[in-house]
Write a protein that binds this ligand. Structure first.
Ligand code: DGJ
Length: 374
């Protein structure tokens, strides 16, 4: 009842003041210039009273999923009304640049490093014209949340380093495994036992869909789909957040997870991911663990309601805390439109934790008051 009342009030305010006062998942999300927000696969941080939303700037038409401009940024005081701050990491005209126009820059995430006072952006980089083969994690840095970000470099993480607790017997390859049929039980076992970790040991491990998580102790981790998207890797970042410490682990080996989004509540880490079906939606998964290093317990699909079996026709990208409200988190997801990527829509939903399990209920329209009703 209280929720309905607040939605009616916010509707009246939006009529009078022309401002947004609620989230309408999947609808046209206009910025303060009245233009649909262009920040896909994104993440949100909070700095000195302002939220910053970073994402992929997508364009029209089939080429629109490649990076023709770069990473965009929007700012907001209330999470409903977003001001376009422009492109904060620009693609480069130089054809020899790793971030030349037409490369692929996906899922940018920005975090603040308290030690260096810098904003660090990580994103998934694919080199122009090489499809999704490069599978690199790339870093950029800025003095301000509004950018501009300076591109640093791209990496295949954990080159020449075995994951934690990797059995000695898994460190050398058997010749037989090369000929295994994909998805045969023997092949799945070989993947679980690190066949692809061994394959990429010298070159570095693949990094496709990714997020960055900063823990309470300021340690940061890159969580990335690796091993041909079959296994997630959790890689600790150095104190400046610009490199890897060589401490890393594998999560859900052969589980085929993309789109990791993570948060922590009452000392428990929760992760929501998707399966791997390209731009098409699939059923989300969720996990929990008492340590970032696992073991991670599988909890199943967190979505409830119409469209729950397809993550409400979207794919996870980030989970962030609402400021000034204890333990209240917003789940961000993308409804991709591969034929005209600029039209991609945003699905933001409140995260509810019930018996140590994240639950995402669908709302056509909601506002932050929903948390006090939980
Ligand atoms: C699904 C990923 O989550 C997206 O970020 C993107 O890489 C597409 N696959 C490409 O098909």
């Amino acid at each position: 009842m209280k929720l309905k009342f607040s939605i009616i009030i916010s509707f009246i305010c939006s009529l009078i003041f022309g401002q947004n006062n609620s989230f309408e998942p999947g609808k046209f999300w206009k910025d303060t210039d009245g233009v649909h927000i262009n920040a896909h696969g994104g993440g949100v941080i909070f700095v000195d009273g302002t939220y910053y939303w970073y994402g992929e700037f997508k364009s029209e038409g089939k080429e629109g999923n490649t990076a023709l401009k770069g990473v965009s940024c929007y700012s907001s005081k209330d999470l409903y009304n977003w001001h376009n701050e422009g492109i904060v990491l620009e693609v480069e005209e130089d054809p020899n640049s790793e971030i030349t126009k037409g490369c692929i820059m996906e899922r940018p995430k920005v975090v603040f490093n308290k030690k260096t006072g810098k904003y660090v952006m990580w994103f998934h980089l694919e080199l122009k014209g090489e499809g999704y083969d490069a599978a690199r994690a790339a870093a950029a840095i800025s003095d301000s949340p509004k950018g501009p970000f300076t591109y640093k470099k791209s990496y295949r993480p954990n080159r020449g380093v075995w994951p934690m607790n990797f059995k000695d017997e898994f460190k050398s390859a058997s010749t037989a495994e090369r000929n295994l049929k994909s998805w045969s039980p023997e092949w799945v076992t070989a993947v679980k036992n690190g066949m692809l970790v061994r394959r990429d040991f010298k070159k570095g491990q693949m990094a496709r869909d990714m997020t960055v998580y900063v823990d309470d102790n300021e340690k940061a981790y890159l969580i990335h789909s690796s091993e041909e998207n079959l296994t997630l890797h959790i890689s600790e970042l150095t104190d400046d957040y610009l490199d890897f410490t060589e401490k890393w682990t594998r999560m859900a080996p052969a589980g085929h997870n993309e789109a990791p989004a993570i948060f922590k509540k009452d000392g428990i880490y929760y992760m929501i991911t998707s399966g791997c079906t390209g731009w098409d939606p699939n059923e989300a998964r969720s996990f929990k663990s008492k340590s970032i290093w696992g073991p991670w317990e599988t909890l199943g699909n967190p979505c409830v309601g119409k469209g729950a079996e397809l993550t409400f026709y979207a794919q996870s990208t980030y989970i962030f805390p609402v400021q000034g409200k204890k333990d209240q988190f917003i789940f961000m997801a993308d409804r991709w439109k591969p034929d005209n990527p600029i039209d991609g829509a945003y699905i933001w939903l409140p995260v509810k934790i019930t018996h140590e399990k994240p639950v995402l209920n669908w709302f056509d329209k909601w506002n932050l008051n929903v948390f006090s009703e939980n």
